[in-house]
Design a protein around this ligand. Structure first.
Ligand SMILES: [Mn+2]
Length: 205
């Protein structure tokens, strides 16, 4: 029988020629975070994500090639965030596995649907004009890259729908990251009725 680690905590470090990133996570936290990424708006969004998901997250980008642009750093943070969740969840004993949440801000709302299935898949749907929108050095395209990296390194099926989007990208991003925190909190919650791995295959890898 698989047993979950007592504490669902992990530390993950990743060094490449482009970036050096460290993340420390407590899945069963209180929503406290310290996020230093060199991408101001992403710091703010990951703080919101941690707060609403009740995750304790310290994430530091020690080295970044943001003199080029944020492309590598943004993607690599997504990879590290996915890996630290994967490590902390270990064999995924007794987790709910599925999560669905929606979060509004003004007229905009986002729906996030997640299944920690072991298979990485990501799709984002929004209005076409929004993809090209750039604000505060960030865009929906960067958001897509970030979430795709996250979903693949966690091994999760992640669907994000941005609805009725207003003009402000900051507002739009908040609805996505809040809903992601809420949905991932559901999916990672332990259900005491579930004895073992929540898959008919008997394994989630
Ligand atoms: Mn804000």
């Amino acid at each position: 029988m698989f047993k979950q680690k007592k504490e669902r905590k992990a530390k993950f470090e990743r060094k490449s020629t482009e970036t050096e990133i460290t993340a420390e996570l407590n899945v069963d936290g209180q929503g406290k975070s310290n996020v230093q990424t060199h991408i101001g708006i992403l710091n703010h969004m990951l703080e919101l994500f941690s707060f609403h998901g009740l995750f304790d997250l310290n994430l530091t980008v020690a080295k970044a090639d943001t003199d080029i642009d944020i492309h590598h750093t943004n993607e690599d943070i997504g990879i590290v965030l996915g890996k630290v969740f994967k490590k902390a969840l270990d064999k995924k004993v007794s987790i709910r596995r599925f999560g669905f949440a929606a979060a509004p801000m003004e007229e905009t709302f986002s729906e996030v649907i997640i299944d920690i299935s072991g298979r990485g898949y990501f799709t984002l749907k929004t209005e076409e004009g929004l993809i090209a929108k750039m604000q505060d050095g960030y865009s929906i395209t960067y958001l897509e890259h970030f979430l795709e990296s996250f979903a693949h390194s966690l091994g999760a099926n992640l669907i994000v729908n941005i609805k009725n989007a207003g003009e402000d990208l900051h507002t739009i991003l908040e609805t996505v990251f809040k809903a992601l925190g809420l949905a991932l909190d559901q999916a990672t919650t332990v259900d005491a009725r579930r004895d073992g791995i929540p898959s008919t295959k008997g394994i989630i890898d």
